[in-house]
Design a binder for this molecule. Structure first.
Ligand SMILES: *[C@@H]1O[C@H](CO)[C@@H](O)[C@H](O)[C@H]1NC(C)=O
Ligand SMILES: *[C@@H]1O[C@H](CO)[C@@H](O)[C@H](O)[C@H]1NC(C)=O
Ligand SMILES: *[C@@H]1O[C@H](CO)[C@@H](O)[C@H](O)[C@H]1NC(C)=O
Ligand SMILES: *[C@@H]1O[C@H](CO)[C@@H](O)[C@H](O)[C@H]1NC(C)=O
Ligand SMILES: *[C@@H]1O[C@H](CO)[C@@H](O)[C@H](O)[C@H]1NC(C)=O
Ligand SMILES: *[C@@H]1O[C@H](CO)[C@@H](O)[C@H](O)[C@H]1NC(C)=O
Length: 188
């Protein structure tokens, strides 16, 4: 009987040896978050108050950047709030690499273009506010993968097409604001 007690920890060690190395290959870290935010910054064409230009500097941690908040435990970007900074630019697929992001608020700016499909990679997202931005294109149906989403705010854009049926499967959704867009058809 005494020997059995060794078995579970041993199995765990063996499994860790096999899979731990595999996991570390794909591991992301704060450098991934920094690259994602620098990609976002590099596609901002107008920053009239020089907020990101001077503040988002690689000489300080991204966690000290204006609008950025990191989690205290894992030290990854959990919140991005660029609301009302008068920014003009496009949103890059790189945004989807902020894998710990729970709050995303870029409302009341002049971003344009379409919503990147990579948004659907942000599995921890609870709050998404893209209100009053002027985005065009459609709502990607894959937004229905964001199962933790509680508030989805997309009012005052130029989104068209149908509202994807997948939005209806977001069981944690408490607020949905799609006012002032150019949707066609019914909620499909
Ligand atoms: C992040 O991971 C990369 C490789 O995956 C590594 O080169 C880099 O030093 C790591 N950065 C930090 C801050 O841990
Ligand atoms: C960036 O802005 C934050 C928040 O306003 C401030 O605490 C920080 O000192 C600024 N960093 C730089 C390098 O200007
Ligand atoms: C997002 O931005 C709007 C407009 O500036 C603001 O009213 C709201 O409180 C913000 N929400 C969060 C969670 O930061
Ligand atoms: C996000 O930024 C907006 C505009 O500056 C501000 O009203 C709101 O309180 C901020 N939200 C948080 C959670 O700091
Ligand atoms: C982040 O996202 C971009 C574009 O979606 C991708 O090319 C890149 O390899 C991703 N990974 C890292 C670690 O930056
Ligand atoms: C919104 O986009 C349209 C067409 O892309 C453009 O004509 C208009 O000036 C934009 N409005 C804002 C507030 O950026």
């Amino acid at each position: 009987m005494a020997k059995i007690g060794f078995l579970p920890p041993l199995i765990f060690l063996v499994l860790f040896a096999i899979f731990g190395t595999t996991l570390s290959v794909n591991a992301t870290n704060i450098s991934t978050d920094q690259s994602a935010l620098l990609a976002l910054k590099s596609h901002i064409t107008h920053d009239p108050h020089n907020l990101l230009a001077t503040n988002w500097s690689t000489s300080t941690s991204v966690c000290n950047w204006i609008g950025v908040t990191c989690g205290s435990k894992h030290h990854r970007v959990t919140s991005l709030n660029l609301s009302r900074m008068d920014l003009t630019g496009t949103i890059q697929p790189y945004l989807g690499n902020l894998s710990f992001l729970a709050w995303l608020n870029i409302s009341y700016n002049s971003f344009y273009g379409s919503l990147p499909l990579e948004l659907a990679n942000l599995h921890r997202l609870k709050y998404l506010n893209f209100g009053y931005i002027n985005f065009t294109g459609v709502i990607p149906s894959t937004l229905g993968n964001l199962l933790k989403l509680e508030r989805l705010i997309l009012h005052d854009n130029n989104l068209k097409g149908q509202i994807p049926i997948t939005i209806g499967s977001l069981s944690n959704l408490k607020q949905l604001n799609l006012d002032y867009n150019s949707f066609t058809g019914s909620v499909s």
